[in-house]
Design a protein around this ligand. Structure first.
Ligand SMILES: NC(=O)c1ccc[n+]([C@@H]2O[C@H](COP(=O)([O-])OP(=O)(O)OC[C@H]3O[C@@H](n4cnc5c(N)ncnc54)[C@H](O)[C@@H]3O)[C@@H](O)[C@H]2O)c1
Length: 424
């Protein structure tokens, strides 16, 4: 193994590859301590950021203006850096299988310009083995360098939660793993400078990869259980919210809420774990049945709304993004609700407080509105954006109309309103 220098303080030059929800906040945080450059394959993304705007809403204009982070679309600008951190998407394909195209592409990019001594860290969520068995060989082939000798691998899963202002990159525990102890120590030092030293060094890279993927799979399964019981209680004419309020008074009851599971983490990562399980000869049961339940929730919600309306109606859907207080429309379950309601003959008007109208049209063919009127037969609270919390429903829904409050935003208005109230 090549010995890494132990100079103090360690001041590596860092390149972050992929400047999305994960890569941009990380690159900005690193740039406060290190000479850092951010590369994105999408030149439009670089122009947008250079122009002071982050469409993900994670970084404000003032921070973008003041950061020392260099931004580039030019691969030659990241040549011969000390540390490469890869944060590109790891989605699933149409068959719900891991799609490692972007990850392999980023590994090729780094392989072409890295030099001896480099450490290449992956932050993208993957199943155990991807860093060492997929990315390592791509890096070796393109660079002509030997992994574990000329260059080293690391893995540090990202835990940030878009739209969550409490759990930020500088105040959550960061898991790191390195191909060698020396690499892990270096990574602990680098990431520790960002979050005040709150680092957990995992046993090895595979362990860190596995830890991340089960964090999200566990969440998916817990929500699936609550969704299943919510469907059961709906049939029993029991309020799931009331049942959960009572049950959660027990010290070890896990407090999850029913709802739609979308996005590119919780709804995707379990498929990575399932794929890895099958490769090792284990047919996953809980993991995939959790996915089935959560994937079926949009259909269930649309069916219940149509059944309660009983006739073709004018429906206002509030929220289209995959979760509250983000503008991210990818992998949202709401478009499925919209298309089911349209298929049932309803006129559906969709509003989102944060999403981009053009993107909604391009991704889902939905003519998103940024204003809404009054007098709808039904209002569907699909996403709990803060902007929707204080809405006065009596001004929006007709007397006797239906309020379908998927996220339980308006429970306070449920009693006494001149409308029918339904929630998961
Ligand atoms: N968004 C989250 O909440 C979150 C949280 C934890 C972990 N993750 C994981 O982090 C990874 C990144 O997710 P994200 O949400 O930041 O994705 P994103 O789609 O927001 O951003 C990825 C960026 O990478 C760029 N890119 C794609 N291929 C590239 C390449 N070959 N070279 C350079 N740039 C490239 C894209 O243009 C895009 O700007 C994924 O594996 C995801 O599962 C995401």
């Amino acid at each position: 193994m090549k010995k890494l220098q132990n100079s103090t303080p360690y001041s590596p030059r860092i390149a972050v590859i992929g400047l999305g929800y994960v890569g941009l906040p990380l690159a900005i945080a690193l740039a406060r301590h290190f000479d850092t450059i951010g590369l994105d394959a999408n030149s439009g993304r670089i122009s947008e950021l250079k122009g002071g705007s982050d469409r993900t809403g994670e970084i404000d204009a003032a921070t973008l203006r003041d950061t020392s982070l260099e931004l580039t679309h030019d691969v030659s600008a990241i040549k011969a850096f000390d540390i490469y951190i890869v944060a590109v998407p790891t989605p699933v394909d149409n068959n719900k299988q891991p799609d490692l195209t972007a990850l392999k592409g980023a590994a090729r990019t780094v392989g072409e310009i890295m030099e001896k001594g480099a450490i290449v860290v992956f932050e993208s969520t993957v199943y155990p083995g991807v860093t060492e068995d997929v990315c390592g060989p791509v890096l070796s082939e393109t660079s002509g360098l030997k992994v574990g000798q000329d260059f080293f691998l690391g893995y540090s899963p990202e835990r940030i939660n878009p739209g969550d202002r409490a759990h930020r990159i500088d105040n959550i525990t960061k898991v790191v793993a390195g191909q060698t102890t020396a690499v892990a120590t270096r990574l602990a030092d680098i990431y520790g400078r960002v979050n005040g030293g709150d680092i957990f060094v995992a046993a090895d890279i595979r362990t860190a990869e596995a830890a991340k993927v089960i964090e999200n799979a566990q969440r998916d399964i817990n929500i699936a259980f609550i969704n299943e019981v919510a469907m059961i209680f709906d049939r029993m004419n029991l309020s799931a919210s009331d049942v959960l309020a009572a049950a959660s008074t027990k010290w070890n009851f896990l407090n999850f809420s029913p709802g739609l599971v979308g996005g590119h983490c919780i709804g995707v990562d379990p498929y990575y774990l399932a794929h890895a399980a099958k490769t090792f000869g284990h047919e996953p049961e809980i993991i995939l049945s959790g996915r089935r339940i959560n994937d079926g929730m949009s259909g269930y919600v649309a069916e219940r709304i149509s059944a309660q309306l009983g006739r073709a109606s004018r429906i206002l859907v509030l929220g289209l993004t995959f979760k509250e207080n983000v503008s991210d429309l990818r992998n949202s379950q709401v478009p499925d609700i919209v298309s089911s309601l349209v298929a049932d003959g309803h006129e559906v008007i969709v509003h989102d407080a944060l999403a981009d109208l053009t993107e909604a049209k391009a991704l889902y063919g939905i003519e998103l509105r940024n204003t809404y009127e009054t007098g709808y037969d039904a209002v569907v609270g699909a996403v709990a954006h803060t902007a929707y919390l204080d809405i006065d429903l009596t001004n929006i829904v007709v007397s006797g109309g239906l309020v379908a409050d998927i996220k339980g935003l308006w429970r306070g208005q449920a009693d006494g309103g001149e409308f029918r109230y339904w929630s998961l």
